[in-house]
Design a protein around this ligand. Structure first.
Ligand SMILES: Cc1ncc(COP(=O)(O)O)c(C=O)c1O
Length: 344
């Protein structure tokens, strides 16, 4: 699998940015290379300040991590112990469950109805042992997205002892006025933590940079727990440049929204069941597990790698990342040449 992944011509499996890194980020990374003999700034001051300036946040409550993956692990290691419970929607991003299991906690998986998160069921599942509710919004891999209003009500009803980790990895792809990136819910002394990443719209997945925003207590704890030089100097400099490359961000967002819609219609017209998505990817259900496997193999034979969803127990589903125009056209051609009738 690993070799295939890197040799493949069209890599539409990891929700990476179709256009690569922002050109400004590449220039900043190149300029930073000459200082590679120096350790990074231990407090990642430039990046935290850039984030604080952009979103009007308190710089002291921002934590830089090696991707948001590291921040998820830090939150669980810092605030959850063996025997505690962590509430996670059934098809939420898989790292939450894994992080909980790694510390011996019990992941409480909340059933979804047709790939939709169920806020009421999450609230009902809270016990005195619940430490964290994890949520990605939009969620990867389903693409499901909850409105500001629904989440506002959910937070109002969520008992005070429970931390709410709101993973907004795909927030920059949103075009919906009813969406909240979550920063408005992060209070100085509160229990909401927002996670963001440079791996998606900023095109820096290989640099491994993310950040979290929480209360003083939560941010201080995470800063104490992370390695002193966790993220790289080059990554930090690239991230600062990417954050402020508005033209690249806009180009990526517009492209994604246009091709997301085209992909939805294409899959629907061919008889599959795509799920509306707010991210740079699209979950799609096929007629049967056999058809889904046959589609995966057919696309692979056409040098297109997409993501099977068997790991989530969705054996009849595949997830497509939005690529560049030529990649999407190659995908559309391959979807069309698939033998739909004989692979039920
Ligand atoms: C919802 C969500 N959160 C976090 C991540 C991890 O991102 P990072 O590359 O910053 O570790 C991903 C990556 O796919 C994701 O989909």
């Amino acid at each position: 699998m690993a070799l295939t992944l890197f040799r493949v011509k069209y890599r539409l499996c990891y929700n990476e940015n179709a256009f690569g890194p922002s050109p400004k980020a590449i220039a900043a990374a190149e300029a930073s290379l000459k200082d590679s003999h120096r350790y990074p700034d231990m407090v990642y001051g430039d990046l935290r300040q850039a984030v604080a300036d952009k979103y009007n946040l308190d710089v002291n409550r921002i934590v830089v991590g090696v991707g948001s993956d590291e921040l998820i692990a830090l939150l669980v290691s810092g605030f959850v112990k063996e025997g505690d419970e962590v509430i996670i929607s059934q098809y939420a991003f898989s790292r939450y469950e894994l992080a909980a299991r790694l510390v011996g906690a019990k992941p409480v998986m909340i059933p979804e109805n047709d790939l939709k998160m169920d806020l009421q069921a999450m609230l009902k599942a809270v016990t005195s042992r619940t430490r964290i509710v994890f949520m990605a919004n939009p969620n990867n891999p389903t693409g499901d997205c909850l409105s500001r209003n629904d989440l506002h009500n959910f937070l109002r009803d969520l008992p005070e002892h429970v931390m709410f980790v709101y993973d907004a990895a795909y927030a920059d792809f949103m075009d919906d006025p009813d969406y909240s990136d979550g920063f408005e819910w992060v209070a100085e002394e509160g229990r909401v933590v927002v996670l963001r990443t440079f791996s998606k719209i900023h095109g820096l997945a290989g640099m491994r940079i993310g950040y979290g925003y929480g209360s003083h207590m939560i941010a201080n704890t995470m800063n104490l727990m992370r390695l002193p030089f966790n993220a790289s100097r080059v990554g930090m400099d690239a991230a600062v440049a990417a954050l402020n490359d508005d033209a690249f961000i806009e180009k990526s967002r517009t492209h994604t929204i246009i091709w997301r819609e085209k992909l939805f219609l294409k899959l629907q017209s061919l008889g599959a069941k795509p799920y509306p998505s707010k991210g740079n990817f699209m979950m799609t259900r096929f007629a049967s597990p056999a058809q889904s496997v046959a589609m995966f193999n057919h696309l692979k034979a056409n040098s297109i790698l997409i993501r099977p969803m068997a790991g989530y127990g969705l054996i009849d589903c595949l997830r497509f990342t939005i690529g560049q125009e030529h990649e999407m056209l190659a995908l559309f051609a391959a979807l069309k040449s698939f033998d739909w009738k004989n692979t039920k």
